[in-house]
Write a protein that binds this ligand. Sequence first.
Ligand code: NDP
Length: 271
Amino acid sequence: MPQPLPTLCGSIMGSPFSLSAKIHNAAYAALGLDYTFVCFGIEDPVAGVAAIRTLGVRGMNVSMPYKTVVMEHLDAIDESALVIGAVNTINNVDGVLTGYNTDYLGAVRALQEVCELNKQRVAVIGAGGAARAVVYGCLQAAARVTVFNRSSERGKVLSSDLGAHWGGGVETFAAQDFDIVINATSVGFKQPDSNPLDGLLASHLIVMDVAFMPVRTALLLQAAELGCRTVSGTRMLVHQACRQIELYTGMEAPIDIMEQAMLEEIQRLNL
Ligand code: NDP
């Protein structure tokens, strides 16, 4: 396989976004590796995968809207990514491209910092790509998962695909039936005033938001006011990035340094 100098990693997505580059480059510097991470906004994801092979890119993150379309162009897909139906990480080992999904691990690792998931009653709001990863991860950790979503068709498909319960629209969510609730919709992302569970929380719940900008979303602020334990989308994001570092470098990820770089960049972006 071609060997660029320095070793090149990157991300492909619809519009370039600086956050992953800051997180990854901070990790490589801390690990003393001659790696560089570049963010590519691209229009042709198939050509993007071909470029990984041509240029010898060591690892490529995949963001919206290309997480599914790249899959058929890889050499292998990790079992979890196959079940979730989305690849957010392409690991290039000696020219063999394997697709992984690190979002589900990020969600589980972030949650397990505050609680056990085994037998917990978990409500997941949403049925898009992030929700699929979160539901898969919670089921893997032996939680009992119920899905709520605006569109019932999409919610039912996710529930039956992954083996979760279908709960209905978010207005049917009843706090007393759950231990943990996770917002995995896009509501709240770059929307500091939007809370998809406004008025539906109770103090016994552990509340997680996958939205990571702003760091303290309206949902997390309301949850904290009620006395709930909270898990931020930034914690999920940094944990999923740690798994990518492990795959691309074979080394343990410096999570504190990565988290600091992430939070500084979010602050710089003023969200
Ligand atoms: P998708 O577009 O695939 O899914 C969006 C989901 O949000 C759907 O369930 C959709 O419902 C729901 N939704 C959108 N608008 C509304 C609304 N106004 N009211 C109610 N529900 C709504 O997006 P993704 O799943 O890919 O991403 C979701 C979020 O997860 C994004 O903010 C993304 O940034 C974040 N994310 C965070 C990660 C992290 O590490 N923290 C990792 C990956 C993603 P419907 O089906 O009815 O349209």
